[in-house]
Ligand binder design. Structure first.
Ligand code: PMP
Length: 334
C-alpha cells in the first residue's frame, strides 16, 4: 500500500513542469516548480514544519505549547496545519485590512485569530507586531517562529527545495528564478544550488530574484504594490544579499497579465507572485541559449486570488488591462 502516515509527510517533493506556450519565444528550457501542490497550498508549508521542528528540538516548544505568529497568509496556513497535527494551540494576529476569508481558512484548521487595527503605528503595542509580542509574553508556553528572522526558514529550503531541484534536473539547472518576500526561499534554495554547482565545468547556478516594482530589493523605497507575498519595505534577516546574481523589478500589470496567461495557456492556476517570477525569468531568458535550463519557483495557488487577479471587474477597477477572449458564435446559431 502506498500512503502517507499523516499530512505533514506530504510536504515537499513538488514536481517540475515545462512551460510551453508562454516560453515559446525564448531559447532555454523553462521549468516551473509547483509549490501549490504542498498540502497547505503553498511553499510556506516547508518553513512551517522546519521552524516547529527546530523549536521542539531546542526546547522552545513543548506539549501544551502555543504557536503565536503575526501572519494571515500562507505561513499562517502552514503553521496552523503543523500545529494542529502536532497537538499545539495556534494563535494568529492579522490586521483588519485582511479579508474575512483568509481568517476563516486559519479558523478552519482550528487556529484562533486576533484582529488588530491597521491604522495604528507599527511601534505601538496595539499594532500587529506589538500584539503578537504581548501574546507571546502572556501565554504560558508560547513560541513565536518569526519567519523574517528564523534561520530554520532558509534552512528548510537549503535541505529540501534546493536538493529537489538539483536532483530533478540531474544537476543541469543553470538559472534559478525566485521572488523574495522574507527572503527565505532565495537564501536557502539559492545558497544550496550555488554550493552544489560551484565546481561544475559550466559554472555555478545563477540566481535571479524577481521583485515587485517599488520594493527595496530592486532599489525601491517600499512604495505600495498589489502583488502579494513578495517585496519588502525593510530588510529581513533571512534575505542574504550575497545570493542573488541579478534582480529584476516587475510591475503589477505585467505580473497579473502573466498570472492570467499561466492559467489560460499552461493550465496553471497560480498566484500573482508566480506570474511576477515568470515575467522576470522570461526577461532573463532573452539573453540565454538553448542549453540553458531555468527553474522558476511558483509559490502558491491562484485560488486565493479569484476575487482579485482573476476577477475582470476588480482588474478593471484597479486600472489593469484585461484581454477578453472572444468566443466565436457558430453560424448555425445565427
Ligand atoms: N510568494 C508568496 C505568495 C508568498 O506568500 C511568499 C512568502 N512571503 C513568497 C512568494 C516569498 O517567499 P519568501 O518569504 O521565502 O521570500
Amino acid at each position: 500500500m502506498n500512503y502517507a502516515e499523516n499530512v505533514l509527510d506530504l510536504i515537499g517533493s513538488t514536481p517540475l513542469v515545462k512551460l510551453n506556450s508562454v516560453a515559446r519565444d525564448v531559447a532555454p528550457t523553462v521549468l516551473v516548480k509547483l509549490e501549490y501542490l504542498n498540502p497547505g497550498g503553498s511553499i510556506k508549508d516547508r518553513i512551517a514544519l522546519k521552524m516547529i521542528e527546530e523549536a521542539e528540538a531546542e526546547g522552545k516548544l513543548a506539549p501544551g505549547g502555543t504557536v503565536v505568529e503575526p501572519t494571515s497568509g500562507n505561513t499562517g496556513v502552514g503553521l496552523a496545519m503543523v500545529a494542529q497535527q502536532k497537538g499545539y494551540r495556534s494563535v494568529f494576529i492579522t490586521p483588519d485590512k485582511v479579508g474575512q476569508e483568509k481568517r476563516d481558512v486559519l479558523k478552519a484548521y482550528g487556529a484562533e485569530v486576533v484582529v488588530t487595527k491597521t491604522s495604528v503605528a507599527p511601534d505601538s503595542p496595539d499594532s500587529y507586531y506589538g500584539v503578537a509580542n504581548r501574546l507571546e509574553a502572556d501565554i504560558d508556553g508560547a513560541y513565536q517562529p518569526n519567519q523574517f528572522f528564523n534561520p530554520a526558514a532558509p534552512q528548510s529550503h537549503y535541505e529540501s527545495t534546493g536538493p529537489e531541484i538539483w536532483n530533478d534536473t540531474d544537476g543541469a539547472i543553470t538559472h534559478l528564478v525566485v521572488g523574495a518576500g522574507t527572503g527565505g526561499t532565495v537564501t536557502g534554495t539559492g545558497r544550496y544550488l550555488k554550493e552544489v554547482s560551484a565546481d561544475r565545468e559550466s559554472g555555478p547556478v545563477r540566481v535571479v530574484v524577481a521583485d515587485p516594482d517599488g520594493s527595496i530589493y530592486s532599489g525601491g523605497e517600499g512604495r505600495p504594490y498589489f502583488v502579494e507575498g513578495v517585496g519588502e519595505d525593510m530588510w529581513p534577516g533571512n534575505y542574504d544579499p550575497a545570493v542573488p546574481d541579478e534582480i529584476h523589478a516587475v510591475n503589477d500589470a505585467e505580473s497579473f497579465a502573466m498570472t492570467r496567461r499561466l492559467a489560460a495557456e499552461e493550465g496553471l492556476l497560480v498566484g500573482g507572485s508566480s506570474g511576477m517570477a515568470v515575467v522576470a525569468g522570461l526577461r532573463a531568458a532573452q539573453d540565454l541559449g538553448p542549453d540553458d535550463i531555468m527553474v522558476i519557483i511558483l509559490p502558491d495557488s491562484g485560488r486565493g486570488y479569484l476575487g482579485k487577479i482573476f476577477s475582470d471587474s476588480w482588474m478593471d477597477t484597479q486600472g489593469f488591462t484585461v484581454e477578453h477572449a472572444e468566443t466565436p458564435v457558430p453560424d448555425t446559431l445565427g
